[in-house]
Design a protein around this ligand. Structure first.
Ligand code: ZN
Length: 217
């Protein structure tokens, strides 16, 4: 478990090392504001750290993290919709050119779809997790109810990313910029056991290794 003192020591170390080393770039971002090229929607899971797994720097990614890397369908009537506000700001104000929805293996949110959740302590979680129901249903349809649990979970993690992309397309300003060709949407799965990332290829309805793309270049 992380100790309070280690967080304080960590910030001291950050100021003395990273901040000092990158002071020019960091102050440039303060002076001129941020101009990230990508919106990264990832899971809140502490093991999936966007800037770490993509080796990107402050200013590179506009990051939204929530339980399960879900995107609720567009609904302007809903109160306090944090993920939608982030998408709106990234697409409309920052004008990012890329949106990445990044799921991951061994996702607790996806695993929770297969167990009963007590509504009393988890009232918000229970409702939020319904955004994964379509992926669960499709996975059971594809593999069968009696398929090995781990196989079902890995497929549900992937199909959820596809399902969240579909939800993202219900946002009119996202759809408009996609149709104009000024915005691209990517579905990723981060493998926590290897560090590999797979991307969704909509033409083949399959996930492929990102390193294949690099090797093809
Ligand atoms: Zn997760």
């Amino acid at each position: 478990m992380i100790k309070k003192s280690s967080l304080i020591d960590g910030n001291e170390m950050f100021k003395k090392s990273y901040f000092k080393k990158h002071e020019k770039e960091l102050l440039d971002l303060v002076e001129h504001g941020q101009n990230p090229s990508a919106l990264f929607i990832g899971c809140a899971d502490s093991r999936v750290v966007p800037n770490l797994i993509t080796q990107t720097e402050p200013g590179d990614l506009f990051v939204l993290r929530n339980v399960g890397n879900f995107v609720a369908p567009y609904n302007p009537d809903e109160d306090y919709h944090s993920t939608a506000a982030g998408i709106e700001y990234a697409v409309t104000a920052l004008e990012v050119s890329e949106i990445i929805i990044c799921g991951h293996t061994h996702c607790g949110a996806i695993a929770s779809l297969y167990s009963e959740i007590d509504e009393k302590p988890f009232i918000h979680t229970k409702k939020w997790l319904t955004l994964g129901n379509k992926a669960k249903a499709l996975s059971i349809l594809a593999l069968g109810k009696t398929a090995p649990k781990e196989e079902l979970l890995r497929l549900t993690e992937k199909l959820s990313v596809v399902s969240q992309i579909e939800n993202l397309l219900t946002y009119p300003y996202v759809k408009q910029r996609l149709d104009e060709g000024s915005l691209h949407i990517h579905g990723w799965i981060y493998d926590m056991a290897s560090g590999d990332i797979e991307y969704y290829d909509p033409d083949e309805y399959a996930f492929k290794s990102l390193s294949e793309v690099i090797n093809d270049q």
